[in-house]
Design a protein around this ligand. Structure first.
Ligand code: SF4
Ligand code: SF4
Length: 324
């Protein structure tokens, strides 16, 4: 059998998030929402077994990588994606210690329902966070099944899961947008309120390029997420030690030790996403026609004590995006 070349993570890659350590440091998992548990159960029992599969023995051949990329993107949209991009996988895109045999990542985004974020943090927002993982998981798995059906191996990076790939650099390289002050990617059309999953495959496809839509520059003037972060975790200034974004800017570094205790005790918080002023006008009708407010109510409870128990070298941080 043909040995596939293995791509290993860069020694500078960040470690995967140590959820159990973080939770045990803040008193355990205390958020109990039955709908969240139900989605989680369905993801584990219905979707995880479908993430693996074997490619068909007969391959569909494409005339050019551009043709292949266009076809795969069309299929992703057919299966429910709101945005699709493609990039080559580099060692810095893998979590520390991970390896992969595929060459290309297909990044897939799905927008979240603005109507669920009218009050944040809230039970509704927590349910929406899990609903999107399920629906996006379905889109990613269906696309993976399709890719296998035309004769190409692929692996699924489930949006909720312990993935090999770092979603943020994959998103930036695939042209999804720019990195916001709140540490999430802002898409020029979808804003920041979306989630991402991906597929790794060696199907030869044309790749996309990072974009400069002026979003990062806008963040330097706007401070809405910093002002409305109840935990005071979002910085005022960019940090040279946090590495660069793809435009060469020093990154903003969110203080996880402040964010996590609030996140873990307030319905997974997420307030920084709906308060982000980027593209609120587009959300006034919640894409599907539901009337909504332009700005959410934010529950600004006094934050719990910061937690710094997870050693710095084991803390999840986003990879330092390289600048070509
Ligand atoms: S999730 Fe909440 S606590 Fe964390 S950075 Fe965003 S707004 Fe702040
Ligand atoms: S709220 Fe403003 S500063 Fe924060 S990420 Fe959005 S645009 Fe950038």
């Amino acid at each position: 059998m043909l040995e596939l070349p293995v791509l290993s993570a860069s020694p500078d890659s960040p470690p995967a998030f140590r959820w159990d350590d973080w939770y045990s440091g803040v008193g355990g998992r205390t958020i109990h929402v039955p709908e969240v548990q139900e989605y989680l159960h369905k993801i584990q029992t219905e979707q995880y077994p479908r993430c693996e599969g074997t490619a068909a023995s007969v391959r569909r051949e494409f005339g050019t990588p551009e043709e292949a990329a266009a076809h795969i993107k069309e299929k992703a949209v057919e299966f429910g994606a709101d945005a699709v991009g493609i990039c080559l996988i580099e060692p810095s895109d893998l979590y520390r210690g991970r390896s992969i045999t595929e060459t290309h990542a297909i990044a897939i985004a799905m927008r979240m329902r603005w109507r669920a974020f009218q009050t944040v943090p809230s039970r509704e927002a927590a349910i929406e966070c899990m609903r999107i993982y399920y629906d996006l998981g379905e889109t990613v798995i269906r696309l993976a099944e399709y890719i296998r059906s035309i004769g190409y191996d692929c692996s699924v990076e489930h949006p909720i899961g312990d993935s090999n790939l770092l979603h943020i650099p994959i998103a930036l390289k695939s042209g999804f947008g720019e990195l916001g002050r709140h540490g999430s990617v802002i898409h020029p059309r979808l804003g920041p309120l979306f989630r991402m999953g991906s597929i790794a495959t060696s199907l030869p496809m044309a790749t996309d390029s990072p974009i400069d839509a002026g979003i990062a520059a806008f963040c330097d003037k706007c401070r809405a997420c910093r002002i409305y972060c109840p935990a005071g975790a979002i910085p005022d200034q960019r940090s040279p030690e946090a590495g660069k974004d793809h435009l060469g800017n020093d990154r903003y570094q969110v203080d996880t030790g402040r964010c996590f205790p609030y996140f873990a005790t307030h319905y997974y918080c997420s307030a920084c996403l709906p308060v982000c002023v980027y593209h609120h006008k587009e959300w006034a009708r919640d894409f599907d026609g539901y009337e909504t407010k332009l700005f959410p109510n934010v529950v600004m409870d006094p934050p719990p004590q910061p937690f710094d128990g997870v050693p710095k070298e084991s803390r999840h941080s986003f990879t330092k995006v390289k600048r070509d």
